[in-house]
Design a binder for this molecule. Structure first.
Ligand code: LLP
Length: 433
């Protein structure tokens, strides 16, 4: 086993992903290549669902956070595994719809939904809107009114909980562009307004405190505050909220030393606080929703590259240049995120001195990793970057007019193309002369 249960080394000393030789995948499909171990994704979905069912006596629902990796195929896998979904844009909704996703299990997020997106979501039968602000609330009420219906909603609430993660992915604190604040009374006020509107019905409350979180206490604190709000909504507005959606954010290991709590521990802690608090406040157990993204697909992804050059600057460092980089994985340049890497065709060898893995974009910061131990490496080798299932393809760009890579899904013995490689023709297809 290497880093993760689904990775290993075969007799040719090649990295294997599930039952597949990574070097053979690179030869067959070309590089850069996103590889999605679909069996792993399905296992992660099942574990999440079953662990929640085991930890919570009330009704539970796991929603796949589409933003982590949104394709027709992944939407279909999530649906087949019985999950709902979180969507944050018209594009994600359209993808879910085209994949045949059960739209009544979709929660529509976003801090600035356009009228067109709201209309698309309504006409697609999206189950719930997670409303960010007053203007949006009124817009949703109007558009639902035009359709002669009552739209189920939840508000996105900032519970005022801080957590230890990268500044860019913290969202629970008062200084956040998302949602309405609890401490200032803004949350109560917007619920009051919603109660007066004829075409929306508040079904529950939502919060998301951040992403890649390793502690359970901030989630428990969020539960205390959100149940407090549910009790206040009941006593002051006579409003029954039957859904508590706690968002995503459960962290996963990226490098040795990353040690998130086991999922069961996390879910048991959160649900036991929820049971205590609802009992204390005299509330019924809500339907409990989670929106994991990274935890479902992160470790199911590996990116394969071909090494083009190895440049050693004596006394400084060695740059290993690959045929992708920040355009297919912007996580290092954005967050300094660390992804383990290994030479796929020499996977069982001991790593040697540290190297810097550089991409091919015209930008010095275009790196995948710095000072990372790596096996002996030469031009023509296949480099595997691990744990790239979440927020890689979904954040990829065409910077420097690099075509986005293909993606293959591995299921048992089968490797199937699920996103075809972009062509130069694709790149110019929107240009107008
Ligand atoms: N629900 C909501 C409302 C969210 O905003 C997010 C993530 C999730 C669920 C899923 O969070 P997860 O379980 O994946 O942590 N691009 C960044 C991550 C941004 C996350 C944004 N929201 C990265 O590459 O780390």
């Amino acid at each position: 086993m290497l880093y993760a249960e689904n990775l290993s080394v075969n007799q040719s000393n090649h990295l294997t992903i599930g039952r597949h030789d990574a070097v053979a995948l690179a030869r067959r499909f070309g590089t850069p290549l996103y590889v999605l171990d679909e069996d792993r994704m399905r296992l992660n979905c099942r574990r999440y669902r079953q662990t929640l069912a085991g930890a919570y006596p009330g009704e539970g629902l796991v929603l796949y956070a589409s933003k982590a990796l949104c394709t027709l195929h992944t939407a279909r896998v999530a649906a087949e595994e019985g999950l709902g979904a979180d969507a944050v844009s018209g594009g994600e909704i359209y993808t879910l719809l085209k994949a045949g996703f059960p739209m009544e299990k979709v929660f529509f997020h976003g801090n600035n939904k356009t009228p067109e997106e709201i209309a698309l979501a309504m006409d697609s039968g999206v189950g719930y809107f997670v409303v960010d602000n007053r203007e949006e609330l009124r817009r949703i009420n109007d558009l639902a009114g035009q359709r002669g219906r009552i739209q189920p909603i939840l508000f996105r609430v900032k519970p005022g909980v801080d957590c230890h993660t990268h500044e860019y992915i913290k969202t629970g604190q008062i200084d956040s562009k998302f949602g309405v604040a609890l401490e200032t009374g803004e949350a109560l006020e917007i619920h009051r307004e919603a109660a007066s509107l004829p075409h929306v019905r508040v079904e529950g409350v939502h919060c998301h405190i951040g992403s890649q979180i390793f502690e359970t206490e901030p989630f428990c604190e969020a539960v205390r505050r959100m149940t407090g709000l549910m009790a206040q909504l009941k006593s002051e507005l006579g409003m029954d909220t039957r859904i508590l959606n706690l968002g995503g954010g459960f962290g996963i290991p990226y490098e040795p030393g990353d040690d998130p709590p086991p999922l069961a521990h996390y879910l048991r802690s959160v649900t036991s606080v929820l049971r205590q608090e609802t009992e204390r406040l005299g509330l019924p157990l809500p339907q409990l929703c989670f929106e994991p993204g990274r935890a479902l697909v992160g470790d199911a992804g590996v990116t394969l590259y071909t090494v083009g050059s190895v440049k050693t600057i004596p006394g400084v460092r060695t740059y290993v240049a690959v045929d992708g980089g920040m355009a297919d994985n912007p996580r290092y340049i954005l967050y300094g995120a660390k992804h383990p890497a290994l030479v796929a065709n020499r996977a069982g060898d001991a790593p040697e001195g540290p190297v810097t893995i550089a991409g091919k974009c015209c930008e010095s910061g275009d790196l995948i990793a710095e000072h990372t131990p790596l096996q002996a490496v030469y031009p023509g080798d296949i480099l595997a970057v691990l744990v790239t299932g979440a927020y890689n393809y979904s954040m990829a760009s065409n910077y420097n007019r690099l075509p986005r890579p293909a993606m293959v899904a591995l299921q048992g013995e089968e490797a199937r193309l699920i996103v075809r490689r972009e062509t130069y023709e694709d790149l110019i297809s929107h240009d107008v002369l």
